[in-house]
Write a protein that binds this ligand. Sequence first.
Ligand SMILES: Nc1ncnc2c1ncn2[C@@H]1O[C@H](COP(=O)(O)OP(=O)(O)OP(=O)(O)O)[C@@H](O)[C@H]1O
Ligand SMILES: [Mg+2]
Length: 146
Amino acid sequence: MVSSRSVPVPPHPDGVRAKFASARAELSAALIEREDEVDLVLTALVAGEHALLVGPPGCGKSLLLDSVLARTGGSKFALLLTKFTTLEEVTGPVSLRALKEDRYVRVTAGKLPEADFAFLDEVFKGSSAILNCLLKVLNERAPFHG
Ligand SMILES: Nc1ncnc2c1ncn2[C@@H]1O[C@H](COP(=O)(O)OP(=O)(O)OP(=O)(O)O)[C@@H](O)[C@H]1O
Ligand SMILES: [Mg+2]
């Protein structure tokens, strides 16, 4: 919402609280015995922090994160990483137009650098190039230029 003076008006806390409460109730009902994990992910969301879910196969990690992402607005980036996933799939390809001008720039539209929310499934299967890139992006929230 934007006021007449174009100063952004923050959403009313009661509305945000109600939205989170209903998302928490819906997620906890959809995922059996995952109340703690639901709270963890929603807390990370509120705090603007990262959440890492590690657990045995088929215990609902991807389902939880897919369900949370489905409830968020903004731009999203979701990718299932494998050892064959390339850096371009995460950060975008190098711009050929910029290269012709002797500049090394990535086309980041729709990729991780421009996402408000990202879900990197099976993140530890990524190559060392990808994990190194993610280290900087996740720890320092620095844009990736490599
Ligand atoms: N706690 C749960 N409540 C409801 N359904 C569940 C739960 N855990 C798993 N499932 C069901 O199992 C399916 C597989 O779960 P999911 O793919 O999220 O597992 P995962 O933890 O991401 O596994 P992997 O480590 O192999 O990626 C889900 O789509 C869902 O149908
Ligand atoms: Mg999974």
